[in-house]
Design a binder for this molecule. Structure first.
Ligand SMILES: [Zn+2]
Length: 235
């Protein structure tokens, strides 16, 4: 009898990509849960991937609701004077109450107009839009350097920074947009190196080193400051 196996996977639900940890064991039923480390799906050995994905799709509404609530609860409530991290820079938030919603970056400040209650959401949207423009491009660039095509996008609902599948789908956590570019590039290079080696073998790390020589320093930076990026606190 094989021991329990674990595998990191992603699934596309309406409007978002959700990362989950798939665990196979001697259990008899399928279970979906959201814990401190992210989404988990526990299944018996004999269940096919198609059945697992159907199982998640049937519970998609519930799952999206839980993830939305969790993200909102984790996000620090932002207000006038708060610090917002963007590409490693501390931007000071300036709030101008009004009906017209707008976020504008003015040198080292971020000006937001709108209803005060909407501030956190407006800033999160602004950051997510920028993440969508910056993050996937960095991964495809590293992929191209390795001569590998990949399809890169953002992910949410996980405590992981990135993922890469055997089929060349790279996902980066949008909250990385708060980190300096050389940190983003480490995660992008790490996932791109998985296009060649789907493990963390010495050969894999040699590939990362070739793409991003400061990888150790970047990994340490993420260990030290990463948790704060995830919760929206000041790193
Ligand atoms: Zn990895």
């Amino acid at each position: 009898m094989p021991g329990p196996s674990r595998q990191a996977r992603t699934i596309r639900l309406p409007g978002r990509e959700v990362a989950y940890l798939l665990s196979r064991s001697r259990r008899r039923t399928l279970a979906l849960s959201v814990g401190a480390t992210g989404v988990r799906v526990n299944v018996p050995y004999w269940v096919t991937l198609k059945e697992i994905e159907n199982f998640i799709h049937e519970r998609a509404d519930w799952l999206q609701e839980v993830l939305d609530r969790r993200e909102a609860a984790q996000a620090t409530r932002l207000a006038d004077g708060s610090t917002v991290w963007y590409l490693g820079q501390a931007l000071k938030l300036r709030c101008f109450p009004g009906l017209f919603e707008e976020v504008r970056r003015v040198r080292h400040e971020l000006w937001v107009s709108g209803m005060a209650e909407a501030t956190t959401e407006l800033i999160a949207d602004w950051l997510r839009q920028r993440a969508a423009r910056v993050l996937p491009r960095r991964a495809t660039r590293y992929g191209a350097r390795l001569g590998r095509a990949c399809e890169a996008g953002l992910m949410t609902g996980t405590s992981r920074w990135g993922s890469c599948t055997a089929r060349g789908r790279i996902r980066l956590n949008w909250q990385l947009i708060g980190a300096p570019l050389w940190i983003i590039d480490y995660v992008a290079a790490h996932e791109a190196a998985h296009l060649v080696h789907l493990d963390h073998s010495p050969r894999f790390w040699a590939q990362v080193e070739a793409l991003h020589p400061r990888w150790r320093e970047a990994r340490d930076w993420l260990k030290e400051h990463g948790g704060k990026l995830m919760t929206g606190d000041t790193p």
